[in-house]
Design a binder for this molecule. Structure first.
Ligand code: BGC
Length: 370
């Protein structure tokens, strides 16, 4: 079968490879499921892996099959799989258990291992293939009503984990009634965050680099009652004069200096969520006394978040369905670039590398028809 692979640490090595169809019997306890891939999303992580900035091949291989954003259909189930049957739609989670005790209790997204296992990213093959096999333990069943947008579940799971942790952390306060939120970055993760916060009733302010006029991402913010401002015209910190300080800020720009701007834009008791994986070596100068004092005197919180577990994917399924109910068609507008067939991988990477010119929000392979 066909798959898309890279040679990690070798820039621009993305290519089509021919590999064996996965074998269910290799998955233990009869828990294996064979899945026909219908869609595989592409994102900045795939671009960085192809740029040799990230990514590790599985043991015994000199290539890594890419792909962690996925949506597929069950083709076959093992003897001990009772919760899924042939024809069901599923999305697979990304990280697999390693060795820390968080991994033992199904919270591998909180692993303390420095070597972790992520399908399509680190030490495990991914989903940009015609089929993959996985234990039912790592598959999320998808209701047919959201089949057309379910490829957005994996990026949404990152948002769900961030927001769930924010509310867990805020239990330190006997009462927390957040009203306003800022979302820094309005790419696909940012837009999904704007959506998730609107569903929770926040007044939401989205920020991106691009100017607002004719910018689809800005239009999508406004279509669900959020604002959009370009940081080329107003800094996040100055925006607080317009909107007030934010109770919650979600950072997903990929541009680390903005974090310090965000730290100075948080309300008393507010929470700042960091989700950008910044692989570069940027440095910046900051007013450290002032920032530190504001954090101390205002009981502010900042935390980092990565990956997601089953619980967060399940929360994401509910939000996708609720969003369709409240803002019908909005999520489909995020699916801007569909590329049919794995053999057209060059097109996918051309779009990923020039997302601005293509005005791409989510680019994905249609591997098979739904
Ligand atoms: C993926 C996460 C993963 C992270 C770090 C992101 O693109 O969505 O599942 O944990 O990269 O590798």
């Amino acid at each position: 079968m066909k798959a898309i692979a890279v040679t990690p640490k070798q820039a621009n090595s993305v290519r089509l490879v021919e590999i064996d169809k996965p074998d269910l019997s290799k998955i233990k306890d009869g828990r294996g499921v064979l899945i026909e891939v219908l869609r595989a999303g592409a994102c900045g992580t795939d671009r960085e892996i192809n740029n040799a900035e990230y990514g590790i091949a599985p043991e015994g291989f000199d290539f890594l099959i890419l792909g962690h954003e996925n949506f597929g259909r069950v083709a076959e189930v093992g003897a001990n799989v009772k919760e899924l049957q042939k024809g069901d739609y599923v999305v697979a989670t990304v990280r697999r258990p390693g060795h820390s005790f968080y991994d033992d209790i199904g919270e591998q997204d909180f692993t303390t291992d420095s070597e972790y296992f992520e399908r399509g990213i680190s030490r495990l093959h991914g989903y940009m293939a015609e089929f993959y096999a996985e234990s039912a333990d790592f598959l999320i069943k998808i209701p047919p009503a959201i089949e057309s947008i379910a490829v957005l579940l994996e990026p949404l799971s990152i948002v769900e984990k961030g927001l769930k942790q924010a509310s867990d952390i805020q239990e330190r306060l006997k009462i927390w009634r957040p009203k306003t939120a800022a979302v820094l970055g309005t790419g696909s993760v940012g837009l999904l965050t704007v959506m998730a916060l609107r569903l929770r009733g926040y007044e939401v302010h989205g920020f991106g680099r691009d100017k607002k006029d004719g910018y689809l991402n800005a239009e999508l913010c406004e279509a669900i009652g959020a604002t959009y401002d370009s940081t080329a015209e107003i800094s996040v910190r100055d925006s607080t004069e317009k909107y007030g300080e934010y109770d919650l800020i979600f950072e997903c720009t990929g541009y680390s200096p903005i974090v310090f701007d965000a730290m100075q834009s948080l309300n008393e008791n507010g929470v700042l969520i960091l989700s950008s994986v910044t692989g570069g070596d940027k440095t910046t100068e900051v007013p450290s006394d002032k920032i530190n004092q504001q954090f101390v005197l205002g009981n502010r919180v900042m935390f980092g978040t990565v990956n997601a577990n089953r619980e967060h994917f399940e929360l994401g399924v509910k939000d996708l369905a609720l969003c369709e109910a409240m803002y019908a068609g909005w999520l489909s507008r995020m699916l801007t670039h569909r590329v049919e067939g794995l053999e057209n991988y060059e097109k996918v990477f051309e779009i990923l590398n020039n997302a601005g010119e293509y005005k791409a929000i989510k680019t994905y392979f249609e591997v098979n028809k739904i």
